[in-house]
Design a protein around this ligand. Sequence first.
Ligand code: ADP
Ligand code: MG
Length: 399
Amino acid sequence: MQPRNSPYQSRARANFTRNRTQTTRNRSQLKHADIARFINKSVVTETVEAFVPQHRFSDFPIEQRLKDAIIRKGYTEPTPIQDRTIAHILRKADVVGIANTGTGKTAAFLIPLINKILVQQRERVLIIVPTRELAVQIAEELNGFARHLNVRGTVCVGGTGIGRQIQELRARPHFVIGTPGRLKDLLERKVLNLSEFRTAVLDEADRMLDMGFIKDMRRILSLLPTPRHTLFFSATISLEIKKLVGEFLTNPIEISVKTGDTAASVEQDIVRIPPGQTKLDVLQKLLTQPEFNKVLIFGRTKHGVEKLSKILISQGFRAESIHGNKLQGRRQKALDSFKRAQVQILVATDVAARGLDIDSVSHVINYDLPASHEDYIHRIGRTGRAGKRGKALTFIEHM
Ligand code: ADP
Ligand code: MG
């Protein structure tokens, strides 16, 4: 079933204002059926049916030094999506990989692609992602594997000096990990030559193909030589996006190891705001409870997010904020201090909803409702990751 607020409209950058009004109208019509989708208390408390991988990392036909790097990183066995996709990527098949949030999709494409480079040093890989912080995170994961393997990657994202990126590109790194806007800029300046890249990954593929980015994707991918090895990964691929898969991938294998819509490790509930109280009142009460020790709060607008974080700080909470109105350096710093648990709270727009891997987030709170069910899935997927459990609460007003 399609979500009531089609994400492909509400996310279009060009139509932002018009769609925002529409989203607001839809939001006020929220029905009980929608609210029911924010509740899931039947969280798996123990592993009911243990996943038995078909492979071990040692079985994959990959270089021994890469196997050693995987062990050094502390990965003992493949996660389901890694188990099912790595062999296909190794034989150079186009793959659409769909798996719940926090289940290791990054390594599912990094491991076979690093191996590709170890086997053939001239290979180069382009990874396109929707947000700057996600690009940085993937580069860190790459370094975690490739540090001792002489495989190099560069991050090309907006909001930071382009000069250094141009310099780094001159050294022809094997992996270029970027966001669409900056990649386009580098292409226009002719400092990025995509004719050398035979492999492309779209992480958070559905987000990359929704209306705001699709033209950029067509343009960028058209500059890679054919045949091209193309991989799509996400926790959500809607029917609309599935229709586009054939345009970008050749004879793709679709591998879905989803256990349900949302990760089973996230306990979900709604919080009704009682008459006479505000969302802020309710939030404050929650945040003083000891178990709310690492809380990611989602708000709808940049302004609202900044305001909420300031209020929380003025009330003595240790909080940071992340949104598009902030300088990139400060955005990354806010995220890092939350990652390192130097602050209890990160207040964020949906810029933090996709892909970010933050260890042990205790709670995700939807202070403002997400614009679509996909956004909901990705937001709450910041908790309950890598085998841990988490809780998601969605605030509901006046119903
Ligand atoms: P996804 O992209 O599916 O949301 P990530 O790739 O961000 O998930 O991985 C989530 C977390 O799981 C990361 O902290 C990552 O280091 C960890 N992880 C990935 N693969 C394994 C593995 N095979 N064994 C143990 N931990 C893993
Ligand atoms: Mg991911």
